[in-house]
Design a protein around this ligand. Structure first.
Ligand code: HEC
Ligand code: HEC
Length: 383
């Protein structure tokens, strides 16, 4: 099937990985030799990344203290999404366990490759990039400062509260080593540096590993089973998945960082609907407008950034509101969501006006074909 959008990211090795260049300076002659030495490591400031790791896993930065860290909702063993233990009705609770956000925590692995900041891309013909499912944070550093102050997540009332906690932590010396002894004299800057350190941590290859069975297959080091191979061909062909979750290239990200409204139903189990008016003034009538609410354009209402499918077998539940619990259910939804007569009885779309029934929703996949696509998706789990 034709790709509907021009490929806006071609995640080739050179785009993703730092290419080492060796400069040879001769007498009066400058000769540049681009070494064909491909590094499997992006350019990382390791000291900063190690500090970022301490911040990322530190539950003492939440309010109440001791209750929650970034890792509580982005756990390595859960594909850097939320572990089941913290989830209720498709969303995670905050540092105060009775408070819930509106969205299903996505993986943060591979999110470093999202174009920065969110912008209109003429070639793609739509908005691309940014962090969060609606792209509202420019980049990883800006994103990391938000959960700390989100009342239904880590719960601090302001950045001064976070900085005071940080200054009492045993690793504060590492913070001043990296950012300077006087870093706390400018509190705006000091707070921003928390984001920089966490972003550096998130950019490490230990998080975006490209170490799945599919990667091994792609580089000739493993073979896919007949069913997985069939699933891959359906993913690229009859299922039309690759037109939004590209699978081609040496290091495919399984997202083009564009956006769409799949017509996903509301998730009635989401505890966000019954949160207090302070958290959710719309109550049960709440509708997540996605990117539309950020760019203030009704054309984007109900649309969400295309997520990566790497580690997807580890990151249930699925979709922005966590309405689907299994991959089979997801593929079944793509198969019949727009089929005449709604044979599978899908509930109404959360935001019907902009839903996409051109590229999905009536795929005519058989049960075996659905199982093959799911088997293929399971090859995307990193080691
Ligand atoms: C209570 C659970 C929770 C905590 C704690 C939490 N997150 Fe998240 N995270 C989420 C949810 C939910 C989203 C999606 C929110 C949205 O789109 O509005 C998200 C989104 C993200 C994204 C964007 C991923 C993408 O594909 O756009 C990154 C990166 C991220 N979080 C990193 C962090 C960092 C760093 C911390 C700690 C400072 C943190 N998170 C703490 C739940 C959490
Ligand atoms: C038109 C673009 C488009 C096509 C085609 C498409 N997807 Fe998606 N996919 C998305 C978007 C956008 C989301 C997020 C929607 C949301 O959260 O409301 C998504 C979400 C998903 C998720 C859930 C991810 C998560 O972390 O919750 C899975 C799994 C998935 N897609 C698999 C597939 C498969 C398999 C196919 C082919 C049968 C496919 N997609 C076809 C755009 C697309």
């Amino acid at each position: 099937m034709p790709h509907r959008r021009a490929s806006i990211v071609s995640p080739s090795a050179s785009a993703i990985f730092f290419k080492m260049r060796i400069k040879l300076i001769g007498i009066g002659v400058l000769s540049l030799l681009a070494a064909a030495c491909e590094q499997q490591t992006p350019l990382i400031d390791q000291q900063k990344a190690d500090l970022g790791s301490l911040l990322f896993f530190d539950t003492m930065l939440s309010e109440p203290q001791g209750n929650q860290s970034c890792a509580s909702c982005h756990t390595p063993s859960a594909g850097f999404a939320a572990p089941q233990g913290i989830m209720t009705g498709g969303v995670a609770h905050g540092a105060t366990p009775t408070l819930f956000g509106n969205r299903n925590p996505p993986t943060l692995a591979y999110s470093q490759f999202s174009p920065t900041p969110q912008h209109y891309d003429a070639a793609a013909g739509t908005i691309v990039g940014g962090q969060f499912l609606d792209g509202r944070a420019a980049d990883l550093a800006a994103q990391a400062l938000k959960p700390l102050l989100n009342p239904v997540e880590m719960g601090n009332t302001n950045s001064a509260m976070v900085l005071a906690k940080l200054q009492a932590r045993p690793y504060v010396n590492q913070f001043t080593n990296v950012f300077g002894n006087d870093v706390f004299s400018d509190s705006t800057n000091a707070y921003a540096m928390i984001g920089q350190a966490i972003a550096e941590f998130e950019k490490q290859t230990s998080i975006s590993k490209f170490s799945s069975k599919f990667d091994a297959y792609r580089h000739g080091r493993a073979t896919l089973s007949a069913q997985e191979q069939y699933g891959l061909s359906l993913f690229n062909g009859k299922g039309n998945c690759a037109s939004c979750h590209p699978s081609a290239g040496e290091f495919p990200l399984f997202t083009d960082f564009t956006n769409d409204n799949l017509g996903v139903p509301k998730n009635p189990a989401n505890p966000f609907y019954t949160q207090s008016a302070a958290v959710n003034p719309d109550g049960v009538n709440y509708i997540d407008l996605g990117i539309g609410a950020i760019v203030d354009d009704i054309e984007y209402n109900g649309k969400f950034k295309v997520p990566t499918l790497r580690n997807i077998a580890l990151t249930a539940p699925y979709m922005h509101n966590g309405v689907f619990t299994t991959l089979t259910q997801v593929v079944q939804f793509y198969n019949t969501a727009c089929a005449p007569g709604n044979p599978d009885g899908w509930a109404a779309a959360e935001y019907p006006a902009t839903r996409n029934c051109r590229e999905l929703g009536n795929l005519r996949l058989t049960t075996d074909e659905i199982a093959a696509i799911v088997a293929f998706l399971q090859t995307l789990t990193d080691e």
